[in-house]
Every structure is written in structure tokens, then in C-alpha cells.
Design a protein around this ligand. Structure first.
Ligand code: TXA
Ligand code: MG
Length: 350
């Protein structure tokens, strides 16, 4: 299939392009577009065939459910059976924005969106381009991240083109995604909500609005026997082509250790890379150091993570070494994605 690629300026949106995207969605096609978190591949949530095309384009396991994107809060009652007080409060506070809520689903939502679950994930994005497309289509839009399943999520149109050119009808290039990590997924079917996937809206932010919030213990992965409630969390994910190794411990010791590994690998003729912060970049003896951001700016590190992982694919390194980042604020979501990309291993240097 020939993919139509169109650039849209977020500050001066060309309505003809939005109309074209809306029509493709109405006709059951696939349109990739930017959101404030990552790029998504959109399709009509109510069209079983369109949804199947998403799974096919991504190579995604069919038991991993999709998020339904809406352009207004009122739409939620069309797809969710019950909206409790906790959910109301969270929607008032955080929508539009990077928070996905899990509700009991109504029958109108096809089973192939929810992987057979009786719940549905719903989010109202804040990105102007995403919202105008959803509004124009006048449909609930299912949109998983616009990457081939298992690859790092796309934060630039170039990433989407690399993964999906020829597999979707249209790609809207709307520039960088500001947050750079996917939305927080929160189960609000019980009175006390549970975080199923950490993201831009942190546990602390949620607790300020609704009090106690649980975290699905399977996210921490200390116990391999726990099955995550968010099916997507059980797969290896966000992975670059190279092997990624993450090290925790005192920064100076970690740097010495990484430098030793670099030396050993280079002596063997292997090409390696390092993910460094602005503060540590000069300390590594390696040609391929990519700076992810300032260690005191967790938002910057979060927004660059997936792009940096993809850049190492272009450099064709065999191993990537990275210091663990702070778990503060969005840092817990960054560490969750980084560890998944590393196959959930963290090496502690004492
Ligand atoms: O930021 C985002 O959420 C992006 C943008 C494009 O909106 N979308 C995204 O979609 O990350 P995806 O499909 O890559 O991730 C959806 C996650 C998966 O981990 C999936 O298992 C979980 O949401 N999920 C979806 N429906 C669910 C449900 N009913 N119960 C539990 N988890 C669910
Ligand atoms: Mg994804």
C-alpha cells in the first residue's frame, strides 16, 4: 500500500489534511498521528475489520488490548458501563492529557479491541492535531503506539515512517511528542484505583486528587509469577536492536565499571554505545555516547528515551550501557520503560 505522508504545523493546522485523515478513518483505514505522549496508529474503534488491520500492521499479539481515544468527556458514557466518583474527579483534573482510564465496557465496544476482557481503556489526548482528527472522524479512535510491536514507541514521524511506511494509509507528521512516554494506565473499576502502567501522570499526582492509589505489583517484576493486569506489560518491549545493560549504584563506581566494559568489548572488536547525561558525558571513553538530557530534568530524560534507543539502532552498536536514572516524578515511568528495554535486568554495582 502507498502511504500518504503529510506534514501538519501544530500552530497552523491545515484543515484539508485533517479532513482527509478523518475520511480515511471513517472508511475503515489506518492513520498514524502525533499525541502529546507518543505517535499512535488510529482506526475506528467500532469497526472490527479496521481494528484487525491495526494488529496486523503492528504485528501485535491479539490478546493485548487497545486504548480508545475520545475528544470529549461526554463520550465516555457511550462506551463505559459505570463511571464512579473517583473516575469523574480524575477526568476533571487530568483530561485532556496522558491518563488512560480502565472502565467496565459496554457491548458497543468490539471484543477484538479489548483482547476479550470485559473492560475498556479510554483516553482523551491533549494534542491539538490528535484531537482535531478524532473530532473530524466523529468516532472513538483506537490508537496503540505507532511502532512495530516490541520496538521503542515513536516520538517523531521519522520513527513511524521507519516502522510503518507501506502498512498504514496515512502518516501525519506533527513534529516531536512532548512527553515522549506513553500515558499512565489506571484501573478505575474499583473505588481505590490501581496503576497498571506508569506514565506522565505520576502516583503522587493521582493521590493528591483521589487519595490512596495502588500500583499493580506485577509492574515491579520482582516476582516473575505475577501476571500484569495490563496485558501489554507482560511482553518484552521498547527494545533497541542492541543488548541494553542498565547499572545502578554510586555514579562514580558505575562509570568506572562501564568504562571497563567498553574497553573489554572494544578489544574484542565489538561496537558499543553509552547513554549518558549532560553531567556524565565527558567521563566515558567511548566514541558513541548519546546524551539523553540533564540528570536534574526528569522530563527531558523521559522525552528523549525512545529517540535515543532508536538512534543506537542507526549506529549499529552491539551493546548499550546506561546508568539508572532517578525514580522521582516521571522518572518511575522512564525506569519502567528502560528496564523493559533491557529485558528487566538491572545490574547493581557496589
Ligand atoms: O500514550 C498512549 O497511551 C499511547 C498514545 C498513542 O495514546 N498509546 C499506547 O497504546 O500506548 P498501546 O496500545 O501501545 O498501549 C496500551 C496499553 C497496553 O499496555 C495495554 O495492555 C493496556 O494499555 N490496556 C488497554 N486496554 C486495557 C484493559 N482493558 N485493561 C488493562 N490494560 C489495558
Ligand atoms: Mg505500545
Amino acid at each position: 500500500m502507498e502511504t500518504i505522508i503529510k506534514r501538519v504545523d501544530i500552530n497552523n493546522i491545515d484543515n484539508n489534511i485533517i479532513k482527509q485523515a478523518g475520511n480515511i478513518l471513517k472508511e475503515g483505514g489506518l492513520v498514524a498521528f502525533p499525541t502529546e505522549t507518543v505517535y499512535g496508529i488510529g482506526a475506528n474503534s467500532l469497526d472490527v475489520n479496521a481494528i484487525n488491520k491495526i494488529y496486523e500492521a503492528k504485528g501485535r499479539p491479539s490478546d493485548n488490548p487497545l486504548i480508545v481515544h475520545v475528544s470529549s468527556k461526554q463520550d465516555v458514557q457511550k462506551y463505559a458501563k459505570k463511571i464512579n466518583y473517583t473516575a469523574e474527579k480524575l477526568m476533571d483534573e487530568f483530561w485532556p492529557g496522558p491518563l488512560t482510564l480502565i472502565f467496565e465496557k459496554r457491548d458497543i465496544i468490539p471484543d477484538n479491541i479489548t483482547g476479550g476482557l470485559n473492560t475498556v481503556a479510554i483516553r482523551m489526548p491533549s494534542h491539538t492535531i490528535a484531537r482535531s482528527i478524532i473530532k473530524e472522524a466523529d468516532l472513538p479512535i483506537a490508537a496503540p503506539s505507532a511502532n512495530i510491536s516490541g520496538r521503542p514507541s515513536p516520538t517523531m514521524a521519522e520513527h513511524v515512517i521507519n516502522d510503518l511506511n507501506g502498512k498504514v494509509d496515512m502518516i501525519i507528521d506533527g513534529g516531536y511528542c512532548e512527553i515522549g512516554l506513553e500515558s499512565t494506565v489506571l484501573d478505575v473499576t474499583d473505588t481505590i484505583p490501581t496503576i497498571l502502567r506508569p506514565g506522565g501522570i505520576t502516583k503522587e499526582m493521582l493521590e493528591q486528587v483521589v487519595g490512596k492509589v495502588f500500583v499493580d505489583p506485577a509492574i515491579k517484576k520482582s516476582n516473575k509469577n505475577l501476571i500484569p493486569k495490563s496485558p501489554g506489560m507482560k511482553y518484552r518491549h521498547y527494545a533497541p536492536n542492541a543488548n541494553l545493560f542498565v547499572f545502578s549504584g554510586a555514579s562514580n563506581k558505575v562509570i568506572v565499571h562501564i568504562n571497563e566494559l567498553i574497553k573489554t568489548e572494544q578489544e574484542k572488536g565489538n561496537k558499543v554505545g553509552v547513554i549518558a547525561t549532560k553531567q556524565t558525558k565527558e567521563m566515558y571513553y567511548c566514541d558513541d555516547v548519546i546524551v539523553i538530557g540533564d540528570e536534574n530534568k526528569p522530563d527531558e530524560i523521559a522525552s528523549n528515551l525512545f529517540r535515543v534507543l532508536r538512534e543506537f539502532d542507526n549506529k549499529k552498536v552491539e551493546s548499550i550501557y546506561c546508568e539508572a536514572f532517578s525514580n522521582k516524578d516521571i522518572g518511575s515511568a522512564t525506569m519502567n520503560r528502560l528496564l523493559k528495554a533491557a529485558g528487566n535486568k538491572i545490574i547493581n554495582i557496589d
